[in-house]
Design a protein around this ligand. Structure first.
Ligand SMILES: [Zn+2]
Length: 157
């Protein structure tokens, strides 16, 4: 089963990337959240991704699975998560909104012609719509950069 994740404040970029790769990842920021983070992970069976050694020890002692990311750069963090849970083959099976974690829906450009620029309608047959926050994504250069980054990430050792 593919795990679901929860990123602490220090791992916002990791949350964004996990979502882009299709994984369910919550991201919560604020002060004094340790107990809340542990509680959400316990209740929802999420893996806690944290840079805080003390928090990871505390969470682990209460049966929460943790990935400790202190001292790692973004690529190393993602690599560690992918390797630990054998996620490589599951990347890109779905897409989630990097902003709000909702699964993106593939829609025909003709159906949402009033919501996107004309050149997008003319260039693409479909786009990806977030029903959560309303954002719309299409496979432009940004998308290519993302694919390249993920490929590089997977081939690096
Ligand atoms: Zn969204």
């Amino acid at each position: 089963m593919i795990p679901r994740f929860l990123c602490d404040e220090m791992n916002g970029d990791v949350a964004r990337w996990l979502r882009i790769m299709g994984f369910d990842c919550k991201y919560i920021i604020g002060d004094n959240l340790d107990e809340k983070l542990i509680e959400i992970c316990r209740r929802e069976g999420r893996v806690l991704i944290t840079s805080d050694v003390e928090l990871s020890i505390r969470a682990s002692s209460r049966g929460i699975r943790c990935i400790l990311t202190n001292g790692l750069n973004r690529s190393q963090k993602l690599r560690k998560i992918i390797d630990t849970y054998g996620l490589k083959d599951y990347i890109g099976r779905k897409f989630r909104c990097p902003k709000c974690n909702t699964i993106l829906k593939k829609v025909n450009t003709d159906d949402i012609i009033d919501k996107i620029p004309l050149y997008v309608v003319e260039t693409y047959d479909h786009v990806w719509e977030c029903k959560g926050c309303g954002k719309i994504y299409w496979e432009g250069s940004h998308w290519r950069n993302i694919s390249e980054y993920i490929e590089k990430l997977l081939s690096s050792r």
